[in-house]
Design a protein around this ligand. Sequence first.
Ligand SMILES: *Cc1c(COP(=O)(O)O)cnc(C)c1O
Length: 377
Amino acid sequence: MKVPLLDLKTQYKTIKDEILKITAEIYESQYFILGPHVEKLENEIANYCKTKYALGVSSGTDALLLALMASGIKEGDSVITSPYTFFATAGSIVRVGAKPVFVDIEPDTYNISPQKISEALNSLKEAERKTLKAIIPVHLYGQCADMDPILEIAKKNNLLVIEDAAQAIGAEYKNKRAGSLGDFGCFSFFPSKNLGAFGDGGIITANASSFYERMHILRVHGSHPKYYHKYIGGNFRLDALQAAIVSVKLKYLDEWTAARQNNAKKYRTLFSNAALSEYIILPAEKENRHIYNQFIIKVSGKRDELRTHLNNAGIGSEVYYPVPLHLQQCFSYLGYKKGNMPVSEDASANTLALPIYPELTEDMQVYVVEKIKEFYR
Ligand SMILES: *Cc1c(COP(=O)(O)O)cnc(C)c1O
């Protein structure tokens, strides 16, 4: 049996007619950049995330960059974030000239630890503390970070909160949607996300009109009115084609999310029946709407050998992420050393993503767990 990590072709078959119809309309109109399809999607996403505004942009990475730019974060500033995330989270901080300050994660959710944020703040000298401008919590794998204490710390220290919600569209924390908790919510439409485009795309949610208006201008080179440049922005525009495709998919997102959650539940039953708790830790489901962009197991050693074993059996898996950001070569100038972020380092060495996509069948899940059992036997 073949079990890929993700199977977008099966999903495409279910929406193909709708996609072909709407994209054909756009070809006829020859209107490709921003415009009514992007505005429609912006309204739908603001509604879905329960925010006042949403602004379609060119990628999740650019969503982060634009949020940082609209916050006025620049050289000499610093921003707290997690070292256990996709590169773009920290890369964007550096691209506006600021410095990332890494804070280790919680061992059960892999999200940034509020307790350790407090400790980091307390250990900073007054001069360094003054450079801090924001916190970027990442809602990793589809589960919100522990936002209440993070928001409290931010308020007390006058820091903005930019949610990296690239993996978490529709996730909830205490009945509030990802993207509505902080000052900005940054989402990605990269094809492997739960709501993926047919190429690159992203969106930023916000509640403050001042931030929204600034981002709106920055998205088109800071031009307002046209050819009069108020700020130095960039080309951060979303294509009409991508917006229209994402808008079709959004109608099915809750259905697909429910299927992912159901698959997670099935894995829990199968793993429990296989009696593998000695070898494998299943993902903790702490916050109330985990949307399972990834289903992550943590193993007690031999992760890479397990991965090879699964690969040989036709089962796809992935390591998100093999090197925590504080140990990446490009960030060596920040001075972090191995051992500085032990929880992230442990997660990087021992976690593995298993297939969890909505169209995964029960037979496939049974096969995955069987093969994992075989490995440990
Ligand atoms: C995917 C992702 C991004 C970047 O999104 P792109 O659309 O690929 O630029 C940023 N942060 C996290 C946590 C992601 O998973």
